[in-house]
Design a protein around this ligand. Structure first.
Ligand SMILES: Cc1ncc(COP(=O)(O)O)c(C=O)c1O
Length: 374
């Protein structure tokens, strides 16, 4: 059911991922998958284009909220009210809006490493960032709740949670989320939970939606990472507070406008009609994860990989090979991976890989990295 794209097809389908590398270079960097879209999405979006659906998006959410409710109920036994969703252009736009409109004044806690635009969006929203770093040598990359409490005590009133975590591939436990929720409650802080990778929780791990443990949390999510539709521009902000839903729905156009009717159609179909494709995807990613572990054991045995509980973006600690910038060395050997420094400034020797490709490309990726480093 998961159809691999040829190089030529991938270059046409994913102009950023494949267009930003020279022919022959393997693009193991940006978070997009080298797989054909799920057929129900292709059919729905193609039919919409044939109908000429290329105008402004409708008022309302076009059914996106109810579709998320169904998906969350089927997969996580959690049913957010359908009208809790407000459609936004992208997850990062949704985080900006949450910061601008819903979060109390004060600094924003950003756990590091982080998806790089987290740092930018805090700055663009006019806030100060308080970094809480994961020790790269720690056995477990759990969020340091003592440091979070220190930040709240010092005046921070918002935390940007990424769960499942990009780039650590970690899924927070219910108990950890409950402890974070208790801290947020105690200090009157808000947690903005980016759960774009929630549906990419792999076999063996359990994903807990943050709002199921903290009704004051703000969810920002999208089916776009799981279903490879980032270019269609539809994400959603979910608040369980009806008054906040009204505020979000009344935003002036320049503050929230960049979502598309095609993206809304794709989102409804993704959340509603793609469970079989989604199950097949998780199976494929789990086998890529197994293959990666084998390839690393053979070709890069001193690499340390954080357990990949979710996402297709393993985080590799390559410091044992003694190079500060393994990504640049990799590029010189024909593979583009994401430098760890982008996720945690000043952190040497790490890279983020993208394994959502076929087995043969993954093997070449690891072999080329090994050739660059060993
Ligand atoms: C954690 C996280 N949030 C947000 C995004 C981007 O989402 P969007 O394109 O909807 O802003 C990504 C993309 O990889 C991501 O990993």
């Amino acid at each position: 059911m998961i159809v691999d794209l040829t190089d030529e097809e991938a270059r046409a389908a994913l102009p950023l991922k494949w267009g930003a590398v020279e022919p022959g270079v393997l693009p193991g960097w940006v978070a997009e998958m080298d797989y054909a879209l799920a057929p129900p999405i292709v059919e729905a979006v193609t039919a919409a284009v044939r109908r000429g659906t290329a105008g402004y998006p409708p008022f309302g959410d076009g059914g996106v909220g109810a579709a998320l409710t169904g998906f969350a109920d089927r997969h996580w036994s959690w049913s957010p009210p359908a009208d809790a969703t407000v459609v936004v252009g992208d997850v990062i736009a949704g985080i900006r809006i949450a910061l601008e409109v819903l979060c109390p004044p004060g600094p924003v806690v950003v756990p590091l490493p982080c998806y790089p635009p987290f740092r930018d969006v805090v700055e663009i929203a006019g806030r100060t960032m308080v970094a809480v770093e994961v020790d790269p040598d720690a056995d477990d990359a759990a969020l340091d709740l003592t440091a979070v409490e220190d930040a709240f005590r010092a005046g921070a009133r918002t935390l940007l949670l990424c769960n499942p975590h990009n780039p650590l591939g970690r899924v927070a436990s219910r108990a950890e989320l409950e402890a974070l929720a208790a801290l947020a409650e105690q200090y009157g802080a808000r947690v903005v939970a980016d759960e774009i990778h929630g549906p990419l929780t792999l076999p063996g791990a359990t994903f807990t939606p943050y709002l199921s443990v903290d009704s004051r949390g703000i969810l920002v999510t999208s089916p776009s990472k799981t279903f490879n539709t980032a270019g269609l521009h539809t994400a959603q902000v979910v608040s369980l507070d009806p008054e906040e839903q009204v505020r979000l729905r009344s935003l002036p156009l320049p503050q929230n406008h960049a979502y598309s009717p095609l993206g809304m159609i794709a989102a409804v179909v993704s959340w509603t009609d793609c469970d079989a494709w989604h199950a097949a995807l998780l199976g494929r990613l789990a086998s890529q994860r197994t293959l990666l572990a084998e390839l690393l054991a053979t070709h890069l045995p001193r690499a340390r990989m954080r357990p990949l509980a979710a996402t297709y973006l393993p985080w590799l600690d390559l410091r044992a090979y003694g190079h500060d910038d393994p990504a640049t060395l990799g590029l010189a050997h024909g593979v583009r991976v994401a430098p760890g420094e982008h996720y945690q400034p000043g952190l040497p020797g790490h890279v983020r890989l993208n394994i959502a490709t076929d087995a043969e490309r993954l093997e070449r990726t690891v072999r080329r990295l090994a050739a660059a480093l060993v």
